[in-house]
Design a protein around this ligand. Structure first.
Ligand code: AMP
Length: 114
């Protein structure tokens, strides 16, 4: 499988504006922010999208979920709230074939999304 831009960020080959990391995830600012806070959380264990979750160890998935919550906490978003988005596949316009959670916050978010 070809390396994605997120493999390269994880390998330290290209820079990222990292806001949180631990043994399980790295979280960095989206290069094209759609909200005052827009951060991507990427697990160190590669999978293509959340559609592959049934093939992975629930402990790995749990650490990923915790990494998302810890990142939002680091950004100070717990009080105001935030949205977590997993674009998955073509219809959702997933552009990077490495699973990532978008954390969006810092403003009132519209619902339903487009
Ligand atoms: P998705 O459309 O859900 O696959 O989201 C991919 C996201 O990655 C987009 O929001 C892009 O703006 C973001 N992105 C692409 N390249 C980089 C990069 N080098 N650093 C940070 N974010 C990136």
């Amino acid at each position: 499988m070809e390396d994605t831009i997120f493999d390269k960020i994880l390998a330290g080959e290209i820079p990222a504006d990292t806001v949180f990391e631990n043994d399980h995830v790295i979280a960095f600012r989206d290069i094209s922010p759609q909200a005052p806070e827009h951060v991507l959380v990427v697990p160190r264990n590669r999978m293509t999208s959340i559609a592959e979750a049934p093939d992975h160890d629930p402990a790995v998935l749990g650490h990923f979920l915790q990494g998302i919550a810890l990142t939002a906490e680091r950004l100070g978003l717990e009080e105001g709230g935030y949205r977590v988005v997993f674009n998955t596949g073509r219809d959702a316009q997933q552009t990077v074939a490495y699973i990532h959670a978008h954390i969006l916050g810092g403003r009132k978010l519209q619902w339903p999304p487009g």
